[in-house]
Design a protein around this ligand. Structure first.
Ligand code: HEM
Length: 310
């Protein structure tokens, strides 16, 4: 069996199989919006959506767990996936999560970690022995795991900072190149609540709150770029770049309404971090390169559409 199938199987083993649903980030909700790039972005890439003309967007907020009924108060990563509709009919995706770094450097390690996270069947509790063995052999996973354990529940999907994790190469009109990483900075500010408060707010508190918030007034995020300096790792999603690296405001996303008509009937929506356009190139990060194959397995299982039809 291929590694992509193994990854989706490991997610299903951890969270159960839920026909018709994504294998990870299963619970989510969809919104419409507009993205408008700044002049600074246009100076760094020739990509069409970064030249300053507003482009339509579809945004999906999600919980990381692979189960449609995962309660919003559970300790979890949050996702923000953005699809931009470009002039001429192309699309590009920016996929981000609430954790600043990933717990695995290779797809093989990620599959191993998913397997190690499976609770002990006798107690239903995390299998500390297995997890400990994984961490002992993979020191690079420690920052991400520590971060996940310390994370408090967000007050709102609109009050989370989301990280693109992987490096991309931006190529400007004059041919100059630099590696960047993405962050979505919430204009409403970052806000957390205690686990007790989250539990009181209920299993769907994030899902309900974001719908209410967007219907009252637009929700906005700034796209911030972190620029790599000489020697920063560009192929390692477990390693953050130092906070003091230069940053650039690349654009603003305004989320202005629900998108209830998507993912009905034959409409299959897939957010793929390798769907880039001229002016933006993939780094050699093995996790980034692997993701589309795993997403395709999940898509095929949830929709029947074989890869790479998306
Ligand atoms: C080897 C590493 C990874 C594997 C195997 C994996 C696997 C998956 C799968 C199977 C899905 C469901 C796809 C679908 O049915 O459309 C998914 C969704 C998602 N993943 Fe990953 N993933 C990996 C790494 C990452 C990383 C590094 C990020 C951080 C940027 C990330 C963020 C997301 C988000 C936000 C979604 C939800 C997208 C949506 O709303 O449709 N994943 N992942």
């Amino acid at each position: 069996m291929g590694l992509a199938e193994q990854a989706v199987d490991a997610a299903n083993e951890l969270y159960g199989s839920h026909p018709g649903h994504r294998a990870l980030h299963t619970k989510g909700s969809l919104f419409t919006g507009w993205f408008t790039a700044t002049g600074a972005a246009a100076g760094l890439t020739r990509a069409i959506h970064m030249q300053g003309e507003p482009v339509r967007a579809t945004v999906r907020f999600s919980n990381g767990a692979g189960a449609p009924d995962a309660p919003d108060y559970a300790r979890d990563a949050r996702g923000m996936a953005v699809k931009l509709y470009l002039p001429g009919g192309d699309k590009t995706d920016v996929v981000a999560v609430s954790n600043p770094f990933f717990p695995a450097r290779t797809p093989e390690d990620f599959v191993e970690l998913l397997r190690a996270r499976k609770p002990d069947p006798a107690t239903g509790e995390p299998d500390m022995e297995r997890l400990g063995a994984f961490l002992g052999a993979h020191q690079e996973a420690v920052p991400a795991i520590q971060w996940a354990l310390a994370a408090q529940p967000p007050a709102s999907y609109a009050q989370v900072r989301y990280f693109g994790i992987h490096a991309y190469k931006w190529v400007a009109a004059d041919g100059s190149e630099r590696f960047v990483r993405y962050r979505w900075e919430p204009e409403a500010g970052v806000a957390e609540i205690s686990p007790e408060e989250a539990r009181e707010r209920g299993a769907d508190y994030l899902y309900e709150e974001i719908a209410k918030r967007v219907s009252a007034s637009p929700v906005a995020f700034e796209l911030e770029l972190q620029l790599a300096a000489e020697g920063d790792p560009i192929d390692d999603p477990t390693a953050a770049w130092p906070e003091e690296r230069d940053t650039v405001r690349a654009g603003r996303l305004e989320i202005d309404g629900p998108e209830p008509d998507r993912e009905q009937g034959d409409d299959v929506l897939v957010f793929d971090p390798t769907r880039v356009v001229d002016g933006i190139e993939l780094s050699d990060d093995p996790i980034l390169r692997f993701r589309p194959s795993a997403y395709s397995v999940s898509v095929e299982r949830r929709s029947g559409i074989p890869a790479p039809a998306r």
